[in-house]
Write a protein that binds this ligand. Structure first.
Ligand code: 5GP
Length: 112
């Protein structure tokens, strides 16, 4: 069964798309946890970071570089946070790898 992110990637379900290239899609989160909350999603289905393989190295690097690039284009010059939730204890709700980019407010530590 395909996840909501696969349906967004295929265009079956609409999303606010901030960036798209051959390897990934960046959308605005439907339930933002900060003034700016983006999701960087690989087009390749990798359920979670714990399932990534050696061959995914360039995709994983690309996701982080794009996360930094969109943070810059969203004017998050005073800082932002990048989060990857892995598995149920990690808070993962969609089993398709995605990188959260959160900014526009002061982040706290430790995270909840
Ligand atoms: P996770 O909890 O798996 O790390 O993150 C999943 C994220 O996807 C959540 O922040 C949630 O708000 C977001 N999300 C879930 N469904 C949709 C959707 O249909 N559209 C968009 N844009 N975001 C979604």
């Amino acid at each position: 069964m395909s996840t909501i992110f696969e349906k967004i990637i295929s265009g079956e379900i609409p999303a606010d798309i901030v960036h798209q290239d051959e390897l990934c899609l960046v959308i605005r989160d439907i339930d933002p946890q900060a003034p700016c909350h983006l999701l960087v999603i690989p087009k390749k289905v990798i359920p979670r970071i714990g399932n990534a393989v050696e061959n995914d190295q360039s995709i994983l690097g690309h996701l982080l570089l794009i996360a930094a690039k969109v943070a810059e284009s969203e004017n998050l010059s005073s800082g932002y946070r990048i989060v990857i939730n892995n598995g149920s204890d990690g808070g993962e709700t969609v089993p398709h790898l995605h990188v959260h980019v959160l900014g526009g407010r002061q982040m706290k530590w430790p995270p909840g």
